[in-house]
Design a protein. Sequence first.
Length: 68
Amino acid sequence: MKKLLTILFIFFTMTLSANAETVIYNTATQKVHKPHCQHAKKCTVNCIKIEKNDAYKRGGKPCKVCGG
Ligand SMILES: [Zn+2]
């Protein structure tokens, strides 16, 4: 039983950290970039740092270069 709880805990923690992934969201083009993406680095005016889930909830589309 203890083992099962440990597995569940690890799974839950991993799910949480995946949800909390931060991306760069371009509010003008609605493109979602990973923080290291060259386009994200060039984007300084319209881009905001938000959680990945939020970016897609706002109608974000994955960047063709970094995959969002
Ligand atoms: Zn990108």
